[in-house]
Design a protein around this ligand. Structure first.
Ligand code: UGA
Length: 433
């Protein structure tokens, strides 16, 4: 049955969820405080780059199943289900900042006079949904119900992930809430998508424990890759050999310049703080956070050691986004590395197919080029920092022709060693001697 749903917060999670749920036939209102964003979304223009998103957005707008507004009162009044998808960024102590969430809760309390199911999509510390329920009760809105429904979308593959989730996790405390969630996700109940029903705390922790574990896998393979660089072992074959063990699995064992993005860095920090707040410690997570910082440093130092004095050297950068298929640069390793290169007084020319605009807000004073080959002009070195497909197939003869010194440090292993050798490049990969 069609539901009236509003989604508060049209950032990454909110927008994908809004578009996905409206594609299921529900009437969805997306709410945001940013007027410009709302105006664009109502015209069918996506406010972030995500493959496939704009097509779904347009289709749902044409079918009048989705709209966007800044009028939170109207959206709440018209909806029986309210998804909260506002950000919970790190505060200065590394904890999840909940002020945006509580602003939304205050609006929900203010404008709700009948039963509504509130669904927390935002990643929130263990215990938050219980506190939300208590907050409703203390504000005399005990008819408001709450469920925890963490999201597991990957940027760049978010539309696919919405329609093909590995699992749906729902933390709930009463049967009516469960029934409504079953109705919302009924298209998945007819498929093999597994559901896990649990209490609020369990759902909240599944989210952090999952991101923490994936970050741990990456930090682990990065440290193994450092050992490979010294010992002569090949980290890509080590990862392959490890991944052949079904208990380990082959995913998230790709070494690189350290993980970035809007989730792993903030969620690992928050998990550490959550443990602390309960009087315990997850020392492995603290080690992961530290290892990831050191990996960025390690990659930069290797580059610097190779080139010697970097002053006035022209360096070409390929890739600014924290990973391919997104324009998101939040906590991208490129930020750390470019900052260091700038301090060394390098001349930097950078390319990224989607993230240049976002990056130029942080670094307005480096050169950005539209054509990837232009980073090679007179360059003493090229650093590949994001695994965009177009870098995998670039014409290396053309690159070499333009460079002053044909050296490439490929931190994502997008290029083939044999080809670089054959074309006369000097090169390095993360995890290879
Ligand atoms: C991550 C999780 O994968 C999603 O399941 C989760 O929903 C999301 O966070 C979130 O909490 O919202 P995302 O940040 O989009 O998704 O990106 P990932 O594909 O997980 O990559 C994160 C970082 O790890 C990137 O910097 C990537 O380059 C790096 N990475 C990933 C590696 O260095 N090696 C790998 O083998 C895999």
């Amino acid at each position: 049955m069609k539901k009236k749903i509003c989604i508060i917060g049209t950032g990454y999670v909110g927008l994908i969820t809004a578009v996905g749920l409206s594609s299921f036939g529900n009437n969805v209102i997306g709410v945001d405080i940013d007027e410009e964003k709302v105006r664009k979304l109502n015209k069918g223009e996506s406010t972030l780059y995500e493959p496939g998103l704009e097509e779904y957005l347009e289709d749902n707008l044409n079918n009048k199943r989705i709209s966007f507004t800044t009028d939170i009162e109207m959206a709440i009044l018209q909806s029986e289900i309210i998804f909260i998808a506002v950000g919970t960024p790190s505060n200065e102590n590394g904890e999840a900042e909940l002020k945006y969430l509580y602003n939304v809760l205050d609006s929900i309390i203010k404008y709700s006079n009948t039963y509504k199911l509130v669904v927390t999509k935002s990643t929130v510390p263990v215990g938050t949904n219980r506190k939300i329920k208590e907050y409703f009760i203390s504000n005399k809105k005990d008819f408001l119900d709450i469920v925890s429904n963490p999201e597991f979308l990957r940027e760049g593959k978010a539309i696919f992930d919405f329609f093909h989730p590995d699992r749906i996790i729902i933390g709930y405390e009463n049967e009516n809430a469960r029934k409504i969630m079953e109705e919302i996700y009924s298209p998945f109940l007819r498929t093999t998508v597994p559901f896990l029903w649990c209490n609020w705390e369990t759902a909240e922790l599944i989210k952090y424990a999952s991101n923490g574990f994936l970050a741990l896998k990456i930090a682990y393979i990065n440290q193994i890759s450092n050992l490979c660089e010294i010992s002569g072992a090949d980290v890509y074959l080590v990862a392959k050999g490890m991944g052949m063990d079904g208990r380990i699995g082959s995913k998230f064992l790709h070494p690189g310049p350290g993980y970035g993005g809007s989730c792993f860095p903030k969620d690992t920090r928050a998990l550490s703080k959550i443990a602390e707040s309960f009087g315990t410690k997850i020392s492995l997570i603290d080690a992961v956070i530290d290892a990831n910082e050191k990996q960025k440093e390690h990659v930069f130092n290797r580059f610097k050691n190779k080139l010697g004095d970097l002053k006035n050297k022209k360096i070409g950068i390929l890739g600014l986004a924290f990973k391919a298929e997104t324009d998101d640069i939040r906590e991208s390793p490129a930020i750390y590395i470019i900052d260091k290169l700038k301090k060394e007084k390098c001349i930097i020319s950078a390319h990224d197919p989607k993230a240049r605009k976002n990056f130029s807000k942080i670094f307005p004073d480096i050169q950005y080029v539209e054509d990837l080959y232009d980073v090679a002009n007179d360059a003493e070195a090229i650093l590949i920092l994001t695994e965009w497909n177009e870098y995998k197939t670039m014409d290396l003869y053309e690159i070499k022709k333009r460079m002053k010194n044909p050296y490439i440090f490929d931190t994502r292993k997008v290029l083939r060693e044999e080809e670089l050798k054959e074309k006369g490049f000097d090169y390095n990969f993360v995890g290879l001697k």
